[in-house]
Design a protein around this ligand. Structure first.
Ligand code: AQP
Length: 327
């Protein structure tokens, strides 16, 4: 039996190269080494207000992008199509101390930006724990910003397993899988800030569907520092970010990177990074243009049917462990 891999992405805004290099590229790479389930987590997206028409368009776009990067149609699950995600989230909420949730970095950052904080924002990591534990995932490939949420998932699983030990361990303990290069891609306009879909600045991120010329322009304008050329052993945050983007796209070794970029002027570095990004996204964009609505519908039907079977089994197991009626 293969081990199971599970991860998710929110249909908020347009996915960017941070999402791709931190998570999606890895999803595609390891998908056949594992029994894979990759979710479009639309229930997570609505933890902050989403315009309904835009949200449904973004779900379609994201599904098309995931198929275009090579995610198998049998592995793609739309979270809201499987009601057990929400059901398990409630059961896990009941074993999760509020203090654990209030300590989450992402909750603190996102709640600061809201006038009134919805309960869903606080519960976000419990829903994520439910996504992972529902499928008894062994491995969770994510970017660095989600590492804390996977740790919390382990804490919740451990707490549940020890509170309800009568039928043996209910949940598999998941492990975080980070990429060696690209786990945290920073904003081009501000290399101290994580590249994020919800950041408004036009020069902040590179969308996976951005055409070549805007990509080149954004990279040529990326914030660097006052040095003239690449000091490879001690690059500033902006230059380090550009080097990381190049290395992650081209899969160059550290030695190749040093040989290519040591002492290079920033203008030339940016040109090379821009061409690597354009070349890396070109095949994805080409496949994306060929994906049809029928293919997306088929993927949602296949993925959800497979997921429901596993999800139902886990929820029954959880209910039995808690002494709830299972029929
Ligand atoms: N900048 C990043 N570098 C590396 N990995 C990243 N990820 C996100 N940003 C970066 C990883 O992408 C996956 C999907 O992310 P998500 O949609 O679940 O939400 P997020 O982490 O909150 O990403 P964003 O882009 O910042 O979205 P918004 O603005 O909507 O919150 C995850 O594995 C994540 O680690």
């Amino acid at each position: 039996m293969k081990k199971r891999v599970l991860s998710g992405i929110q249909p908020t805004g347009s996915p960017h190269i941070g999402n791709y290099l931190g998570a999606l590229k890895n999803w595609a790479k390891i998908q056949y080494d594992y029994d894979s389930i990759y979710c479009i987590v639309d229930l997570h997206a609505v933890t902050t207000y989403q315009n309904p028409a835009e949200l449904s368009a973004k779900i379609q776009e994201l599904a098309g992008i995931l198929l275009a990067i090579g995610i198998d149609k049998n592995s793609l699950v739309l979270q809201s199509r499987v009601p057990e995600h929400a059901e398990l989230a409630w059961l896990l909420t009941c074993v999760t101390p509020v203090g654990w949730l209030e300590r989450m970095t992402q909750y603190k950052a996102k709640s600061e930006a809201q006038e009134s904080i919805g309960d869903g924002l606080l519960q976000y990591p419990v829903l994520m724990a439910a996504d992972i534990l529902l499928y008894q995932a062994d491995v969770v490939p994510v970017g660095d910003d989600q590492r804390q949420h996977v740790e919390l998932t382990r804490d919740i699983a451990q707490r549940f397993n020890s509170l309800y030990p009568e039928h043996g361990e209910t949940f598999t303990m998941p492990a975080t899988h980070l990429p060696t290069v690209g786990a945290r891609i920073m904003g081009l306009d501000d290399p101290e800030k994580k590249m994020s879909k919800s950041e408004p600045g036009a020069g902040h991120s590179i969308g996976l569907l951005d055409p070549p010329d805007p990509i080149r322009k954004k990279i040529m304008r990326a914030t660097t520092d006052s040095k003239p050329a690449v000091a490879f052993d001690d690059p500033g945050a902006g230059v380090r970010n550009l080097l990381t983007i190049y290395q992650a796209f081209t899969e160059s070794t550290n030695e190749e990177m040093r040989a290519r970029f040591s002492g290079m002027r920033y203008g030339d570095l940016k040109k090379q990074v821009a061409e690597a990004v354009v070349a890396g996204l070109e095949p994805i964009q080409k496949s994306y243009r060929e994906i049809t609505v029928e293919q997306i519908t088929e993927a949602f039907n296949l993925g959800s049917a497979r997921a429901e079977h596993i999800a139902h089994h886990t929820v029954e197991k959880v209910k039995r462990a808690m002494g709830l009626y299972t029929g």
